[in-house]
Write a protein that binds this ligand. Structure first.
Ligand code: BES
Ligand code: ZN
Length: 617
């Protein structure tokens, strides 16, 4: 095996997990805002898989390894040359006859470039007085803050001691053990201790250090945010406990102890991240109607089972995380708002997927469910296909196997059966066949090959209830068909403002997906009539601006740029920049705006947009 050979179990990792695996990590960090580093050590507890193991191969990227010890004995280590996006392997030679379970301590310091971390200056926060740091380890960024087997194939427990500025709060993706302590001789710092007793993959390690406060929702739920928005956030996420209980009815008992929520600054690049014990959520959910908050909790809380408990062997099977989570999310939404809502949400999801499929420049790797990721960064193929094609497959199976009555018990038993494991698509399929042994013929009728490996839209679109989407279709047709001279006749009710927030999204999706291009004149009328500038719902606003840009309405370039720079959700930022890049009249302004704001985005957002704008390679 050459030094650059990637892992047998995971094409995104260098680690020799077939020989040895991490069981526990004990982390000691000093958070240094001036240097923008984490400095300290990690004590890794390994278990041998094969007795003859002579080395440990770990993943690192931009990490300065200072010293490696075993039983106070210094060990030799070697870093490989850097491999694009994957970083380096760190090979540690083991002494002869190490026991079955053994500890290795690695002293190291992360780099200010560490891709997992975003360091915000006080000016970039709502409070303006203190700096803010948060992490995002998924998919393969944990290796930039800790040498580890950076693969979901390996799960470990962890404990941590983190020293940080005494004025700041520190939270990790575990449970705090005791109040922060003073450190003798270091009066500006305090020490915080944490523990995660449930085994997790490396991508679920998370940290936030910031001036934040909390409001209590229930004995196990606190909402954390900067003081300026914590009240509003606590209201928005006020149903978290009820939702968690519904999730437990669907999936089984919640095993992580606490379920806290952290509302991040606007540069957070995702809608949410399922960090255990403390889900990270975008502030764009805080709009005052709970619509997005409920969806975000339904989604991220569901990951507590699908993803965080039932894990994946590697990112080729990422759809098992996200497709299953969409399925459970929509089950929760069905219990809250009814089955029609669940169906409507699925229709909306497929329309968004159609947008992504239409825009895809590499459909052969971007639109299949099960991937081959040899040499490919999982994030370069990240989009909503695993979410929506995955959801569609599960919904199709539910219908085929006799509806919720038959499928609900399977959902629960799937979560229990694979609890704590890291599985593949084949494991899922085999368990499905086992659970529905009497329906083998039905299952054999499924075109698995096309579902798993086919490109583009799902091979079967379920017959979803269309009540809620048809109301949008009627309005869309009215606007598309109406002669421009008669536009005033469209301004009667029911109109756009009478649609629910989800329907408003669907309305713009349908306008955008239609073969007929809506004229700029009509867009102008819509804008004036409904005062689109005042839209607060970012999901709706994004679709409106995407429509305007695709229609090449020049007056809207400024608004689109503003929207793509005041918040950093990749799902909004990337398509807007891409559409502007594809349109010569907008290209230069878009590139210029991105360059001016590049430093404010999270690493991954900046990186992906730079690729889209052909600034990086
Ligand atoms: N785990 C994902 C976010 C993610 C995926 C981060 C891949 C890094 C790499 C999270 O659970 C998610 O799906 N977030 C959604 C939110 C949603 C569906 C409510 C998002 O960000 O859009
Ligand atoms: Zn998710």
């Amino acid at each position: 095996m050459g030094i650059n050979a990637l892992s047998k179990n995971d094409p995104s990792s260098f680690s020799n997990t077939e020989e040895v695996v991490i069981r526990h990590a004990h982390i000691s960090w000093l958070v240094d805002f001036k240097k923008q580093t984490l400095a300290g050590s990690v004590r890794l507890t390994f278990e041998k898989v094969i007795d003859s193991v002579s080395k440990v191969v770990l993943d690192i990227k931009d990490i300065d390894v200072k010293k490696v010890t075993f039983d106070e004995q210094t060990l030799e280590f070697q870093k490989s040359p850097t491999v694009r996006t994957f970083g380096e392997s760190l090979t540690i030679s083991l002494p002869k006859n190490v026991p079955k379970t053994f500890n290795v301590i690695i002293q190291y310091e992360s780099s200010p470039k560490a891709q997992a971390l975003q360091w915000l200056s006080p000016e970039q926060t709502a409070g303006k007085t203190h700096p803010y740091m948060f992490s995002q380890c998924q998919s393969i960024h944990c290796r930039t803050i800790m040498p580890c087997q950076d693969t979901p194939y390996v799960k470990f427990t962890y404990s941590a001691e983190v020293d940080a500025d005494a004025e700041l709060t520190v939270l990790l993706s575990g449970v705090s053990t005791g109040t922060p302590e003073d450190i003798p001789g270091r009066t500006t710092l305090r020490r915080h201790k944490f523990e995660q007793k449930v085994t997790i993959p490396s991508y679920l390690l998370a940290i936030v250090v910031a001036k934040i406060s909390f409001r209590t929702i229930s004995p196990r739920v606190n909402v954390w945010a900067e003081e300026q928005i914590v009240e509003a956030a606590a209201w928005e996420f006020g149903q978290a406990e009820e939702q968690l209980k519904i999730a437990e009815e669907i999936c089984g008992p919640y095993e992580w102890g606490r379920y806290d929520l952290l509302i991040l600054p606007p540069s957070f690049g995702y809608g949410g991240m399922e960090n255990p014990c403390i889900n990270f959520i975008t502030p764009t959910c805080v709009v005052g109607d709970r619509t997005h908050a409920v969806a975000a909790i339904a989604h991220e809380a569901s990951h507590s089972w699908t993803g965080n408990s039932v894990g994946i062997k590697n990112y080729e099977h990422f759809w098992l995380n996200e497709g299953w989570t969409m399925f459970v999310q929509r089950k929760i939404e069905s219990k809250l708002f009814g089955e029609k809502y669940r169906h409507f949400s699925a229709i909306l999801g497929l329309h968004e997927m159609r947008n992504v499929v239409n825009d895809s420049k590499h459909p052969e790797i971007e639109t299949n469910l099960v991937k081959n990721l040899a040499g490919i960064d999982p994030e370069d193929v990240y989009n909503n296909v695993p979410y929506e094609k995955g959801h569609t497959l599960l919904f199709y199976l539910e219908t085929l196997l006799g509806g919720p009555e038959m499928f609900d018990p399977f959902v629960k038993s799937y979560c229990q059966h694979f609890k704590g494991k890291a599985i593949t698509t084949d494991d899922f399929k085999a368990y499905l066949y086992k659970s529905f042994a009497s329906k083998k013929d039905v299952l054999d009728s499924v075109d698995w090959q096309t579902w798993f490996f086919g490109l583009g839209m799902p091979p079967v679109i379920p017959d979803y209830d269309k009540t809620l989407s048809e109301q949008c279709t009627i309005l869309v047709q009215k606007w598309l068909k109406c002669p421009e001279a008669e536009i005033d006749t469209l301004k009667s009710s029911p109109g756009f403002k009478d649609l629910s927030p989800l329907q408003q999204r669907e309305y713009f999706d349908q306008l955008g997906l239609s073969d007929e291009i809506i004229s700029i004149k009509k867009l102008e009328e819509l804008d004036e009539w409904y005062n689109m500038k005042t839209l607060r719902d970012t999901e709706v606003k994004f679709r409106w601006l995407r429509l305007c840009i695709r229609a090449q309405w020049e007056a809207k370039i400024g608004e689109a740029i503003e929207f793509a720079t005041i918040q950093g959700r990749m799902k909004f930022v990337r398509p807007l920049f891409r559409s502007m890049y594809d349109w010569p009249a907008a290209r230069d302004r878009a590139v210029e705006a991105f360059k001016a704001h590049r430093g404010e985005y999270m690493y991954i957002t900046a990186h992906q947009v730079a690729l889209d704008l052909q600034l990086d390679s």
